[in-house]
Write a protein that binds this ligand. Structure first.
Ligand code: 13P
Ligand code: SF4
Length: 352
């Protein structure tokens, strides 16, 4: 049971001392999250991994996060994901073959002086970050997407943004790019299902990926809730749809969501469009200030892959490390890591 696993985690952790650092994403369940030495959004955790000197970086999050930790840490450090099944369904919506095909097809249509910057959301496999590194591109997270797009547009006139269409669209729109200047690239169709003219006119070409958790939030959920409680403040993650973000008072990364709720007036009622474990934690944390924090969707939707990291897997991982066995190591091949690092370092340089 969890209590037994939690005692095993505490004992192994004690034994490993400062050879170990546990990083925990905000979407982790509380039974695991309580053991994180550092928590954060994707940007903050990438920096934590880059700055850590621990021998073992155990990532309580999903696969691409452990890959980033491996890429940004030193070669002798070991990045570990307690359950190898903890992937990200959005990251899986773009793969190297599809992106390379899109790239070739785009370049065929454009004039030689028209150029495109590939921008990958950090929620993507390491080989796509390497693709961006090779082609003058960059990585972004939900907390620096605007700065990354500014950087991209200062160099080239177009952006190919993958895999999350919503983060791309919401960010582009906030920067003053109209919806007409953003087109969706349907990777199941030749030429993304677009005409050469549509491609030439577009400024942002959006990959048709999405997060299965955030796509559950609908504008009518906000309307219905506000009918009951008109004074409600709404905050959403930018992986939510354009319509939901337009109806929200604030849009931001998990870290921004936490900060905004924390800094709000006592007594504020919040409707939050992001993963359930974070929303529940916010409610617990701030209810003593009279703040009430509600989940946006009437149906329960959790990130099922984040949920795969449980106390049992964490205990098993740490006990093995304490005995000198490295399990579930995430190691990106060196050439790929080098190219991906270029794109990640460009991102870190332009980030606040
Ligand atoms: P952030 O924590 O960076 O906002 O990202 C949310 C997310 O979907 C992680 O997979
Ligand atoms: Fe991926 Fe969505 Fe889960 Fe984040 S919440 S890890 S984007 S599936």
């Amino acid at each position: 049971d969890d209590t037994e696993a939690e005692a095993r985690i505490a004992a192994a952790r004690e034994q490993l001392g400062d050879r170990l650092v546990i990083l925990g994403h905000h979407y982790q369940r509380q039974e695991v999250f309580q053991f994180a030495d550092f928590s954060g959004d994707s940007l903050k955790l990438s920096r934590q991994a880059a700055d850590s000197s621990a021998e073992y970086i155990v990532f309580c999050g999903v696969h691409f996060m452990a890959e980033v930790a491996d890429i940004l840490s030193r070669p002798e450090q070991v990045s570990i994901l307690p359950d190898l099944g903890a992937g990200c369904s959005m990251a899986d919506m773009a793969n190297l073959a599809n992106v390379e095909r899109a790239w070739r097809e785009l370049l065929e249509v454009l004039e030689p002086d028209e150029q495109v910057t590939p921008v990958t959301y950090i929620n993507s496999a390491a080989d796509l970050k390497a693709f961006c590194g090779r082609h003058g591109g960059i990585v972004c997270t939900s907390s620096n997407a605007q700065r990354v797009l500014d950087w991209s547009f200062s160099r080239r006139e177009k952006v190919l943004f993958f895999p999350d269409q919503h983060l791309g669209r919401n960010t582009g729109y906030d920067m003053g790019i109209s919806l007409d200047e953003m087109v969706e690239w349907d990777f199941d169709q030749p030429m993304g299902g677009l005409t050469p003219d549509q491609i030439r006119k577009a400024r942002v070409i959006l990959w048709k990926g999405f997060c299965s958790v955030h796509q559950m939030f609908k504008p009518e959920h906000i309307d219905r809730f506000k009918e009951r409680f008109p004074e409600t403040k709404v905050i959403s993650h930018p992986e939510s749809s354009f319509e939901v973000c337009q109806k929200s008072d604030h849009v931001g990364s998990t870290e921004v969501i936490i900060r905004t709720v924390r800094d709000s007036e006592p007594g504020t009622r919040w409707l939050v469009g992001t993963e359930l474990n974070l929303v529940n934690r916010l409610h617990e944390q701030f209810q003593h200030e009279g703040k009430s924090v509600h989940f946006m969707s009437p149906t329960v939707c959790m990130c099922s892959t984040m949920f795969r990291i449980d106390p049992q897997h964490l205990a098993w991982t740490l006990e093995n490390l304490a005995e000198g066995n490295v399990v579930n190591r995430i190691k990106v091949p060196e050439t790929e890591a080098e190219q991906a690092r270029l794109a990640l370092e460009r991102m870190l340089e332009v980030s606040p």
